[in-house]
Every structure is written in structure tokens, then in C-alpha cells.
Design a protein around this ligand. Structure first.
Ligand code: 13P
Ligand code: ZN
Length: 270
């Protein structure tokens, strides 16, 4: 068996979580990330017949039966992941129609996966239907996006258009826009179902007064997606209280669509 700490997916996960912490997106245990793995990714690093524990998930996700996930632990600090990955992270395989998770590696202090596991798994199911290459669900608490949910209309079209107007790259990086959920109790199946529903039409879902979810084909892409939305929100929070003299017009956004070969969410541009 090879050392799992040298596996490319593990190295990338630890680097990404460390970077998320460095960006201030993940205070204390804030945020959680799940990376779907193929059996071919893990087979050289783990004995796939030696589950250490069974952890009930509390929901069913038949589409994910037999799927492997590298996932952050509940209550764990992103700050500490690089120093103790086997305590702060785990690799699980879903069984029994997604009702049970077999722990194959990690959570060595007896811990468990994130309390947001329902939102992660249900979002994986939703995004895989749109894009079979989706592998990552990422949740974090970036300050400017969060701040924006206190002062901006939570209407999805209005919220998206404001972000698109804040920097030229925004419409190119997330042409499908940003969906928004009102404040809901986190860590529940209900918020998981609501998030997954929103994930059907966009790769970014804001949880008002809480944070954001992003989805993508790899950790880099998903990080970049949230990074770009957060940059847009940062500009907004810098200018929201000032007279607006200029903006990016819808006409200019149509030029960006053509130049970068993207299609803005239907009905969102004039
Ligand atoms: P966990 O520590 O359970 O991952 O929860 C953190 C969080 O951000 C809840 O939304
Ligand atoms: Zn959170």
C-alpha cells in the first residue's frame, strides 16, 4: 500500500483547505469540503475491504451508492488540517443506498464527517445530473458575500446581476449566476434538500447570513469560483454606500458572452 498522505487528491485537498483558511473564509471550524473519488484513485492507498467504522448518514442517496468521498470532519479547524490530516479528514464509501458511510481512513480521534454532509451529498447528486464530471462541493463563510446578504436584495436575479457588474470576470466565471437561500437552520436534511434544489440551476448557492456553497469538477475550479464571487462581493461592499457613476452595462456583458463563449443565465440580461 502506498502512503495516502502522498496521494495527489490528498495533497491537493490539504493545500486547498489551508488556502481557504488563509483567505479568511473558514474561521474556527467554519466551512466543509467533499471531494468525490473514483475507486481507481484510492485503491493503491487503502484496503477497500477493511472499513474501520460504519457511520449512519441520516438520509438516502441511492445515486451515490458505492461512491468514495474525501471529506472534512465536523468541528474540525481548517487551520489544523495540514498538521493532522488523519484526524481532521476522512475517506468514506457510501453503502445501503447512501444511508451508511463506511469509514476507510481518517477521523482517527473518533470523529465524523461534517454536519453538512446532507447538503454535500445531495448537492453532489444534483450537480452530477447537470455535469457528470462534477467532483467537488465546497462550503465556506467568506466575509463580503456574507455581508452582502445583510444589505442587498436576496432576489437571485438582482443578487447575480450586482455581482456580474462588480468585476468583468464575474459573468465569465459564473454565467449561470448565484442562487440564494434565505436563512435556514444549518446541518439539517432540510437545508440539504433546499441547497441541492438550488444546485440544479447554478454552481453557486448563497446561504443568507451564513455563507456560500460552490460546485465544480476539481478543487481548483471550485475554489476559483468562490474566490471570484467573493471578489465581486468585496467590490460591492466597498462601493455600495457611494454614488455609482459607472457600471458594466448589459451591452458590455453581451460582448463578454461572445468573447468568452459563455451564455448568461436566461432572462438575466436585457
Ligand atoms: P462542520 O464543522 O460540522 O463542518 O460545520 C461547519 C459549518 O460551516 C456549518 O455550516
Ligand atoms: Zn457553514
Amino acid at each position: 500500500m502506498k502512503d495516502i498522505l502522498t496521494a495527489p487528491f490528498m495533497v491537493e485537498m490539504i493545500r486547498t483547505l489551508t488556502n481557504m483558511y488563509a483567505h479568511g473564509w473558514d474561521e474556527r471550524n467554519g466551512g466543509n469540503v467533499s471531494l468525490m473519488l473514483d475507486e481507481s484513485d484510492v485503491k493503491d492507498y487503502l484496503d477497500l475491504n477493511a472499513a474501520k467504522r460504519q457511520i449512519p448518514t441520516g438520509f438516502a442517496a441511492p445515486e451515490l451508492e458505492g461512491r468514495y468521498f474525501l471529506v472534512t470532519g465536523t468541528g474540525k479547524y481548517f487551520k489544523n488540517v495540514q498538521y493532522a490530516p488523519a484526524i481532521n479528514l476522512g475517506v468514506v464509501r457510501l453503502r445501503d443506498q447512501g444511508r451508511q458511510a463506511e469509514l476507510l481512513w481518517g477521523f482517527e480521534d473518533g470523529g465524523s464527517f461534517t454536519s453538512e454532509f446532507p447538503a454535500h451529498m445531495m448537492s453532489h447528486v444534483a450537480r452530477l445530473k447537470v455535469n457528470p464530471e462534477n467532483r467537488v462541493i465546497m462550503h465556506c463563510h467568506p466575509a463580503n458575500l456574507l455581508a452582502m446578504t445583510y444589505v442587498h436584495d436576496l432576489n437571485e436575479k438582482a443578487f447575480t446581476r450586482t455581482l456580474w457588474q462588480m468585476c468583468t470576470e464575474c459573468i465569465v466565471v459564473f454565467p449561470d449566476g448565484v442562487n440564494v437561500l434565505p436563512w435556514m437552520l444549518c446541518g439539517t436534511n432540510e437545508i440539504g434538500i433546499a441547497t441541492a434544489e438550488k444546485m440544479r440551476t447554478a454552481r453557486l448557492v448563497v446561504w443568507a447570513q451564513h455563507g456560500i456553497y460552490g460546485a465544480g469538477k476539481d478543487l481548483d475550479e471550485t475554489f476559483g469560483l468562490i474566490e471570484t464571487a467573493e471578489k465581486g462581493a468585496e467590490i460591492y461592499m466597498k462601493i455600495a454606500h457611494l454614488p455609482r457613476l459607472n457600471t458594466i452595462t448589459d451591452e458590455q456583458m453581451h460582448l463578454l458572452e461572445k468573447r468568452f463563449n459563455v451564455t448568461a443565465r436566461e432572462g438575466y440580461l436585457d
